[in-house]
Design a protein around this ligand. Structure first.
Ligand SMILES: Cc1cc2nc3c(=O)[nH]c(=O)nc-3n(C[C@H](O)[C@H](O)[C@H](O)COP(=O)(O)O)c2cc1C
Length: 133
């Protein structure tokens, strides 16, 4: 099993309809390939991770970094692992609304691992998120 994490920024003009289309497609494709993952969005900033069989992760990562709906793709982590952090999530969209609606997500091991690359949940989401603990 292989896992990557990356940063990127939505391109001007990429809107909620585009994001919904990406998720719909990603859920199908990731599901078929045995990939799980999470996608954090705050304003235009994205922090995301996908994990699964190495060749599948490589193929999907190549289409992601070529995707004109975002820019400034930057790999922040790449590791081999025996365990999934995002079990059951073909690609879970984590925006401030999703985290507020389900505060337990803020303690999820995968969410903690991913957000740690950008100063934790508070660091990445900043003022957009107030804790519900
Ligand atoms: C930030 C971001 C994350 C994405 N994540 C995924 C993903 O996890 N899986 C996926 O299949 N496509 C994802 N996409 C969409 C891909 O870039 C691409 O459009 C899609 O995989 C193309 O699939 P196709 O080759 O089957 O047409 C993402 C796009 C963006 C902008």
């Amino acid at each position: 099993m292989f896992r990557i994490a990356y940063r990127s920024r939505l391109t001007k003009g990429t809107n909620e309809t585009d994001i919904a289309a990406i998720i719909k497609h990603a859920v199908e494709r990731n599901g078929a390939l045995g990939i799980t993952g999470a996608w954090m969005i705050c304003d235009d900033e994205c922090l995301s991770s996908i994990e699964g069989p190495p060749l599948a992760v490589k193929a999907v990562a190549e289409s992601i970094w070529d995707d004109p709906r975002h820019t400034a793709f930057r790999l922040v982590a790449m590791e081999h692992t025996d365990e999934r952090l995002f079990e059951g999530w073909p690609l879970n969209l984590l925006d401030p609304g999703a985290l507020k609606d389900n505060p337990k997500l803020q303690d999820h091991a995968g969410v903690l691992w991913l957000s740690a690359f950008e100063g934790g949940i508070d660091g990445f989401f900043g003022d957009a998120l107030r804790y519900h603990h």
